[in-house]
Design a protein around this ligand. Structure first.
Ligand SMILES: [Zn+2]
Length: 231
C-alpha cells in the first residue's frame, strides 16, 4: 500500500510503499507525472496494490508494474474515514523502520481499511489499530505496572500516564500529565491482549489522548494525522 508520494522533476514520482515481502521501501516511478501518466495504480490511496519492483540505485527500488488488487472505495466517501485511514498510514510510515518486514502490521492496516470500508466507527477503529500496532512494533504502552519503577498498578483505580516514559507512572515516581480512568485502562489492556472492545465516548477520548501522546513520544515528532484523534 501507498504511504507517501513525492513528485520528482517534471515527469517522475517516488512512492513510499509498505509491502508484504520487503516492508517499507521507496520506489522510483519513471513517467508517473505528466500527460501520459504511468503506474497510476501505485499512487492509489487506501488500496491494496500489487507491484513489480526491481533493484535500483542504492536504497531506491524501481517500479516495473502496478495494479490495484483491492480498493476500499467507502473509505474515500467520508472525511472521518479518510482521517482514520491516513492516521494509520502515518503510524506505519513513521514507526516501521525502512526495509523491516512486518506482515502483522500490514494485516492490521488491511483489517482497519476493511472495518472502515464496511462502516465501522473511524475513531474507535483507529484506537484499536494504534494499540495493536504499538504491540506488534514492540512499544506497547505499559499499563499493568509503573513504567518507571515497575510497581504493579492498583486495579480498578485511575492512574497517571506519561507518553515520554512509555506508560502509566505511579505517584511515587511523580505521576504524569494525563489521568486515565479505570474503564479506559481496562479497555486499553484488553485491546493489547487481543480482545475487540467497545469504546464509549469517555474511554475513547482518554485513550485517544494517551495514544497521540505515546506515539509522538515514540517517534520523537508531531504526528498531524494521528492528532486528528483528539480534535
Ligand atoms: Zn513508579
Amino acid at each position: 500500500m501507498l504511504l507517501r508520494a513525492v513528485d520528482y522533476g517534471e515527469r517522475d514520482r517516488v512512492a513510499t510503499l509498505f509491502t508484504r515481502s520487503h516492508g517499507r521501501l521507496s520506489a522510483f516511478a519513471p513517467g508517473a507525472r505528466g500527460s501520459r501518466r504511468r503506474f497510476v495504480a501505485a499512487f492509489e490511496p487506501f488500496a491494496l496494490i500489487r507491484v513489480e519492483l526491481v533493484r535500483g540505485r542504492g536504497e531506491l527500488w524501481r517500479l516495473r508494474d502496478a495494479t490495484v488488487s483491492r480498493a476500499f472505495g467507502a473509505v474515500l466517501r467520508d472525511l472521518d474515514r479518510m482521517a482514520a485511514a491516513s492516521a494509520a498510514l502515518e503510524i506505519v510510515r513513521e514507526s516501521v523502520p525502512e526495509g523491516a518486514t512486518d506482515p502483522e502490521v500490514l494485516d492490521e492496516v488491511i483489517a482497519l481499511f476493511e472495518a472502515i470500508d464496511r462502516g465501522e466507527l473511524p475513531r474507535q477503529t483507529l484506537v484499536g489499530f494504534a494499540l495493536r500496532a504499538c504491540a506488534h512494533l514492540g512499544h506497547a504502552p505499559r499499563l499493568d505496572a509503573c513504567a518507571t519503577c515497575g510497581r504493579p498498578r492498583p486495579r480498578k483505580k485511575p492512574a497517571f500516564f506519561d507518553g515520554a516514559r512509555g506508560g502509566v507512572v505511579c505517584q511515587s515516581c511523580g505521576g504524569g500529565p494525563i489521568v486515565l480512568g479505570a474503564a479506559t485502562l481496562d479497555r486499553m489492556q484488553r485491546t493489547l491482549d487481543g480482545e475487540i472492545v467497545d469504546w464509549p465516548a469517555e474511554p475513547l477520548a482518554e485513550a485517544a489522548r494517551v495514544l497521540v501522546d505515546h506515539l509522538q513520544a515514540q517517534v520523537g515528532k508531531e504526528l498531524p494525522c494521528v492528532g486528528w484523534l483528539t480534535r
